[in-house]
Design a protein around this ligand. Structure first.
Ligand code: EPZ
Length: 428
């Protein structure tokens, strides 16, 4: 077990390279199972959720060869199994995509219910609704979600709630179904579009990804392809907010500015200067941020996965802001940790009223989940003194080389073993 130790007060400056998108990678890698021949995937982030996917692919019978730091060749032709146990999936959220991919490949799948960050109920009723509309029979047996179909036929599915996971899973199962499938009220996130582009590069026939109506004309076979995953919009947004919070000057490279529109707009509202290039954005902040209200929504709204990080910026703003969580039931668990550091956050259900304070104070805090952990890093960077963050395995699920990248920007951050005795010593 490790923890992060951060000595706050340093302004971030310089350049940081963004890695491949976690939420695209965890969809595209299982999708390789739909191909009849090997795929080469580039810009794969080295994070624990991706490594867990590779473990499952190998245990299913695929071969996974690392060609270089970010490129892998995956050959699914040896896959015979359709079972993904809880031990195999390591209770990550994205294990559910093996349901759609294996159902699409073998008309059979038995997958442990997905785990993932504890940010509220994580149901998969909309996924199952889509599979059943395609002609599959889905039951829960022995703690596994069991899906089977003699054949999969095109259908029309209206999602009762905009769901990234359900949109992706239904697309996976429908890609090789017979006939046309229409998903209405579909998610529009960049990683949904990236998966559709990947499947189309394998010979699928998918139209409308990025809009709320996606049409999938099933094809009999999908062939291996070479594909590069999009940059991670949430990793990029996290470094943008960290730059602003430390009154820094940081250029975030290898991004798709179009995916960052809502984050850029809200940063500008607080007084941050953002310059946009073709594949970079530069964030400059010279003063205390102003307040602004945030309401998280499905894309193209403000991303829920940026909510904890942005709330940390607002915690030191010169005003009172209201943050409303429009996607998850329980995504303010980090607020208690920020309060230990002197923040003034009043949470009431799906809303938080944040009254900015001049300074945060270092403390020993926990990383409640992936994005809450990222928020703790930002808080540690701006707090006076030495902050320690435990449970950082959550952060390693979604942020590649996070210590190296922040260190390169001038942060004083170390990854150290968690010793038995508490070791918090606040530097005077
Ligand atoms: C994906 O989770 C992301 N994870 C989450 O990112 C992200 O917060 C979320 O989409 C929203 O953008 C991955 O892509 C691996 P949903 P997912 O299905 O697919 C309800 C991160 O930090 N719902 O869009 O699980 C659900 O309860 C992670 O990278 C149903 O009711 O999210 C939620 O309220 C955290 N029934 C809402 O829909 C269903 O069948 C959105 O969930 C499915 C979802």
């Amino acid at each position: 077990m490790d923890k992060f130790v951060i000595k706050g007060g340093k302004r971030l400056s310089g350049k940081v390279e963004i890695s491949g998108a976690k939420n695209a990678a965890v969809a595209i890698l299982p999708a390789v199972l739909l191909a009849d021949s090997p795929c080469i995937i580039d810009n794969v982030p080295d994070i624990s959720d991706v490594n867990a996917i590779f473990t499952v692919l190998r245990q299913l019978g695929a071969t996974v060869n690392k060609l270089n730091r970010t490129t892998y060749e995956i050959d699914p032709s040896g896959v015979r199994s359709y079972v993904v146990t809880k031990e195999m999936s390591q209770s990550m959220r994205a294990s559910s995509y093996f349901l759609g991919a294996l159902l699409g490949r073998m008309r059979r799948a038995k997958v442990a219910p997905p785990g993932g960050c504890d940010i509220g109920l994580r149901p998969i009723d909309q996924h199952i609704k889509g599979f059943e509309a395609l002609g599959a029979r889905v039951t829960i047996e022995g703690g596994l979600v069991d899906a089977r179909a003699e054949k999969l036929g095109g259908c029309s599915v209206y999602l009762d709630v905009v769901s990234v996971g359900a949109t992706i899973n239904i697309m996976l199962a429908a890609a090789r179904a017979r006939g046309m499938t229409v998903i209405e009220n579909a998610a529009r996130e960049p990683h949904v579009v990236d998966l559709a582009n990947f499947l189309n590069s394998m010979g699928a026939d998918i139209m409308g990804a990025g809009t709320s109506v996606i049409k999938i004309r099933g094809v009999e076979h999908l062939k291996g392809t070479e594909y590069s995953i999009i940059p991670d919009q949430i990793e990029a947004g996290t470094y943008m907010v960290a730059a602003a919070a430390t009154k820094g000057d940081v250029t975030i490279c290898n991004v798709t500015p179009k995916h960052l529109e809502s984050i850029i707009a809200k940063l500008k509202e607080t007084g941050v200067t953002v310059e946009e290039g073709d594949d970079w954005v530069r964030v400059v902040m010279k003063k205390r941020p102003g307040k602004c209200n945030i309401k998280t929504m499905p894309h193209p709204g403000f991303p829920t996965d940026m909510q904890p990080q942005f709330a940390t910026l607002l915690a030191i703003s010169n005003g009172t802001s209201i943050v409303t969580e429009g996607v998850w039931d329980n995504r303010f668990r980090y607020a208690d940790q920020l309060t230990f550091m002197g923040a003034d956050i009043q949470v009431d259900g799906k809303s938080a009223v944040i009254t900015g304070v001049e300074k945060l104070k270092a403390a020993a805090v926990k990383s409640n989940d992936l994005r809450a952990g990222a928020a703790m890093i930002i808080a540690g960077l701006i707090a006076e003194g030495v902050t320690e963050i435990e449970d950082i395995e959550y952060i390693d699920r979604g942020y590649e080389q996070v210590v190296e990248k922040f260190t390169q920007l001038g942060a004083n951050i170390k990854r150290v073993p968690v010793l038995d005795a508490p070791t918090i010593k606040i530097a005077n």
